[in-house]
Design a protein around this ligand. Structure first.
Ligand code: K1U
Ligand code: ZN
Length: 169
């Protein structure tokens, strides 16, 4: 396993649309292992492959609380089959937009189909933080960041802050 660098705004790679994965094989599992290690190290609760520069439709996540054992999860080629009309706000963050947090409104519940780490295709309902996080990560697969849901002024201020942080580091 290896730590990978997480791209930050305004890296143009983050705007790419990721490609579907043909097969879950050992090479893809090695990528997912690296992504989980990178996410835990950051630390974060989710990560899309494009954030480490790989334009594949792959997401990792762990929503376990600190007092719970780790619960790593992998989502290959995730699709939203249904989204509720009801929406819910959540104060989101993103490892590609470090130290910026703002409220985004998304469907409160979604039904998903995805392929697992083992290569099995499954369907699952998501609500609460799981629904927020999977929608945030699936936006990454389309080249969309949570700041794209904010006003142009807030988005530009966020990118400016991240550029300033990167210069100072
Ligand atoms: O960059 C990412 O996509 C990961 C992002 C996921 C996310 C967070 C909140 C709402 C929607 C999606 C993060 O993990 S940001 C960091 C974070 O939330 C966190 C970090 C340490 C402990 C707990 C949370
Ligand atoms: Zn993100």
């Amino acid at each position: 396993m290896a730590l990978r660098d997480i791209l930050t705004v305004p890296d143009p790679i983050l705007k790419k649309v990721s490609a579907r994965v043909d097969m879950v094989d050992d090479a893809l599992r090695a990528l997912m292992d690296d992504m989980l290690e990178t996410m835990y190290d950051a630390p974060g609760i989710g990560l899309a492959a494009i954030q480490v520069g790989v334009p594949k439709r792959v997401i990792v996540m762990d929503l376990a609380r600190e007092d719970e054992p780790p619960a790593p999860r992998c989502f290959v080629n995730p699709e939203i089959l249904w989204a509720s009309e009801e929406t819910a706000p959540y104060e989101e963050g993103c490892l590609s937009v470090p130290e910026i947090y703002d409220e985004v409104e998304r469907p409160a519940r979604v039904k998903l189909r995805y392929t697992t780490y083992q290569g099995e295709t499954v369907e699952e309902d998501a609500e609460g933080l799981f629904a927020v996080c999977i929608q945030h990560e699936m936006d990454h697969l389309e080249g969309v960041l949570f700041i794209d849901h904010l006003s142009r002024l807030k988005r530009e201020q966020a990118v400016k802050k991240v550029k300033k942080q990167a210069k100072a580091a």
